[in-house]
Each structure stands twice: as C-alpha cells, then as structure tokens.
Write a protein that binds this ligand. Structure first.
Ligand code: G
Ligand code: G
Ligand code: MN
Ligand code: NA
Length: 254
C-alpha cells in the first residue's frame, strides 16, 4: 500500500510531528502539563490525522518506531523545561499508547531508556491508555502497567466512561490520573451533569487526579471546576500546538 511505504520514510524525512495540547489547572488556570499527539505532514496529502495513519502503523509494526519517537521527543522537551523552569509541581506530559505498543515487551525497555536518558522528574512523564485498551487483556495489562509504574512513569486512564468498566475495577491498575471523556462534558453543557459528578466523586474517593477533556468554552471550564475536576483540556485552552509554541506558553523559550 502506498501510504505504508510513505509512512516508513516519513520519520526519516521529519514529516511526523509531535504536537502538545495544554492541560490547565482549573484552580488558577496555569498550564499544568500537556498531552502529546502525532500528526503527519505528508508532502502531497498535507496534514494526515492519527485516525488515518495509526491503523496503518499498527498493522505494519511501524507503531513501535512512532511510539519511541513520540516518547523520546516528549521526554526530551519535558526535561529541557524542567531544567529551565522552577515550577512546583513540575510540568507533566502524557503520551498516548496503543494496543500493539502495550503488547510489546520492548515497551518497558523503551520507557526505562527514555527516563534514564532524559532525567525527567519521576511521574511527570505519563503514558495515556484507554479503558478499552486495558480491557482487551486486563491480566496482561495489569502486569505491564505495574512494571511501567515501578520504572517511575505516570499513568493516565484516557477516554474514561466510554467503555463498560467501573472505576472501582480500574483501581487494580496503578493509574494516578483519569481523563474523563468529552461526551460527559457535552452532556454537562446540555444540563445533564449527573454522570460526570458521580465519576468525579468516585475518582476523588480513589485518590485519582481528574482531567476533563473537551473543554471548549469558558462556561465549560467554570462548570468543570465547580464539579471538582482538577484539570481541563480542550479548545478553550488551546488546540494541539507545535513544540515551539508549547515552549513559549510555559515560558521556556530562549
Ligand atoms: O489528536 P487527535 O484527537 O486527532 O488524536 C486522536 C487519537 O489518536 C488520540 O486520542 C489517540 O488515541 C491517538 N493518538 C494521537 N497521537 C498518538 C500517539 O502518539 N500514539 C498513539 N498510540 N496514539 C495516538
Ligand atoms: O483519543 P484522545 O482522547 O487521546 O484524543 C485527544 C484529541 O481530542 C486531540 O487530538 C484533539 O484533536 C481532540 N480534542 C482536544 N480538545 C478538544 C476539544 O475541546 N473539542 C474537541 N471536539 N476535540 C478536542
Ligand atoms: Mn489521549
Ligand atoms: Na481522550
């Protein structure tokens, strides 16, 4: 397939970009961290979304190279900020993982290497996994996540609420953060905040940090703070941006 051979060369040709989307602390609206997402700037097709190229990457095995690239790029930038800025707690960054990556034992080696090489503050480099991914093979995921946690990486449960698992079940895994799916934020904006409130209450009971995804307006941000979310991410605070823009946002640009 054409796209696959293109993708194979894309990394070498610097066509794959790691973008940073800010995650804001609702209490004072400071930038607490970022989620990083990949984009492919294809020479003919223009900007290709991850929904298009990640399935190709997964099937061909190229996801491993892309995953290492995203991890290294994110951790190197985070380490530079942590050296340039004295912020307590330090800025964090969260990298998405897909199932093929979790299934590979090399993931542990890659995470270990990146943490050692960059020297980021323990826990400030997070891996973000969806509930669906964890539930594909919960026993195996539990083992892998325990080892990733031991290495000193943080763990964020992404898209929470879209699957069928209970948060009490997710407690078996060493997540420190849950990210509430944006469908609940839309519901709240339409006057139905019941599910969101109960997820927040349960997460608080379990000692988890709470990020709400898809905050698109000031009204969303205010309502999310009111129900007790710690952080929010969404177009209200910034779309995924270039590393240079992220660097300027945190005040680490030279
Ligand atoms: O950035 P965007 O909303 O288009 O991303 C859509 C989805 O693609 C993300 O929610 C995530 O699940 C996936 N994705 C984005 N970047 C990465 C990445 O670096 N690695 C993996 N495995 N998935 C990613
Ligand atoms: O699959 P995952 O949840 O990791 O994807 C995150 C993606 O969600 C980002 O790639 C981004 O494009 C998208 N996103 C981020 N903020 C908003 C938002 O406020 N509204 C909408 N509709 N999408 C968002
Ligand atoms: Mn995510
Ligand atoms: Na998400």
């Amino acid at each position: 397939m054409m796209l696959e051979s293109d993708l194979r060369r894309a990394l070498e040709r610097n066509e794959i970009k790691v973008l940073f989307q800010p995650i804001v602390r609702l209490e004072d609206r400071t930038v607490a961290g970022f989620e990083t997402v990949l984009r492919w700037d294809h020479p003919r097709l223009g900007r290709v979304a991850p929904q298009v190229f990640l399935p190709i990457a997964e099937e061909s095995g190229l996801i491993v190279n892309l995953g290492v690239f995203a991890l290294e790029r994110t951790a190197a930038e985070l380490a530079a900020w942590q050296q340039a800025l004295v912020v307590e707690p330090p800025i964090f960054a969260s990298v998405n993982l897909s199932s093929r990556q979790l299934l590979r034992h090399d993931l542990l080696h890659d995470v270990k290497t990146v943490l050692a090489r960059t020297g980021v503050v323990p826990g400030s480099l997070k891996l973000e996994l969806t509930e669906a991914l964890v539930m594909e093979n919960p026993e195996y995921a539990a083992q892998m996540l325990a080892r990733i946690h031991e290495l000193g990486a943080g763990l964020c449960l992404d898209d929470f609420g879209t699957g069928y698992s209970a948060l009490t079940y997710m407690q078996r895994f060493p997540f420190d953060t849950i990210k509430i799916d944006q469908s609940f934020v839309r519901q709240m904006a339409n006057g139905r905040s019941g599910i969101l409130r109960s997820i927040v209450r349960m997460a608080q009971e379990l000692g988890l940090e709470i990020v709400a995804e898809g905050a698109e307006s000031e009204a969303d941000a205010l309502a999310l703070a009111e129900v007790g979310c710690d952080y929010a991410q969404g177009f209200a605070f910034g779309e995924p941006m270039s590393i240079l823009q992220a660097r300027q946002l945190v005040g680490a640009a030279p």
